[in-house]
Design a protein around this ligand. Structure first.
Ligand code: KIV
Length: 272
């Protein structure tokens, strides 16, 4: 295993391809606001994904489908204002790119112009090839997303592991190669068997960032609120929790409420 680590002043789509070639794993986490993005960027994250998971995490929707382009632009512009080093990839939300490549281009241009993000991410393979190509012709970098694609949850019916059967696995490999041929700079592979994910990563030269796709890919992404343990109800096998912020925050809030009620806060020193 290589431990090569080149220092990059600013991470670009080219840096990610270079990292893969050098065997350096890519770190990616989500952010939807200025404060979280500032902490992530300062910590040295390679890529911030302004994911449409904001629909669940920030807005409390059951799926990623309801979030709008305007809402994604709001989240992405807050993130972009915070960062100095990392690459910012922004999800195109459901309904803004499927089925109509002109629509896809308009949506991607709005993201780039109004948020200042550096690249867009779209879910799907061959079915959205025309949209991807059209966005790329405008000079906008595109990241793909295959495997479990949450915008298609009503087609799948469940959030279980994808591509366990040969037919779906073969289609996934074909789609990954197609995304590379079209000119995508990378792709996210969500919730697929580790062996298949490794095979995909080895069969293309662009980086494959996994979530629930094992360690044989070129990098990892998690939803930040999940890895910090702020969300409690979501417990997939692939999720490593680095903190239990739900408990920490609940205790802090309880302490504050109690101090206010007992008039312990503010003290003499905490007033003017
Ligand atoms: O929206 C999102 O956060 C994502 C990640 C789960 C990859 O697409």
């Amino acid at each position: 295993m290589s431990t090569a680590k080149k220092s990059y002043k600013r991470i670009t789509t080219k840096s990610l391809v270079e990292m893969k070639a050098n065997g350096e794993k890519i770190s990616m986490l989500t952010a939807y606001d200025y404060t979280m993005a500032k902490i992530l960027d300062t910590a040295g994250i390679d890529v911030i994904l302004v994911g449409d998971s904001a629909s669940n995490v920030m807005a409390g929707h059951e799926t990623t489908l309801p979030i709008t382009l305007n809402e994604m632009i709001y989240h992405a512009s807050s993130v972009v204002r915070a960062i100095e080093h990392c690459l910012v990839v922004v999800d195109l939300p459901f309904g803004t790119y499927q089925g109509n490549s002109k629509n896809a281009l308009d949506s991607a241009i709005r993201i780039m112009k109004e948020s200042g993000g550096h690249a867009v991410k779209l879910e799907g393979g061959g079915e959205i090839a025309e949209s991807i190509s059209r966005i790329l012709t405008a000079g906008i970098p595109v990241m793909g997303h295959l495997g479990l694609t949450p915008q298609s949850i009503y087609k799948f019916g469940t959030y279980t592991v994808r591509a366990k059967e040969e037919e779906e696995a073969n289609k996934l490999i074909e789609d990954a190669k197609l995304l590379e041929q079209l000119g995508c700079f990378g792709l996210v592979l969500e919730k697929v068997p580790a062996k298949l994910a490794e095979k995909v990563a080895k069969s293309i030269s662009i980086p494959v960032i996994g979530i629930g796709a094992g360690g044989g890919v070129d990098g990892q992404v998690l939803v930040t609120h999940d890895m910090l343990g702020m969300t409690h109800e979501f417990n997939p096998r692939f999720l490593r929790r680095y903190l239990d912020l739900h408990t920490e925050m609940t205790n802090a809030f309880k302490g504050y409420i109690s101090d206010v009620k007992s008039q312990d806060f503010p003290s003499e020193k905490e007033q003017y």
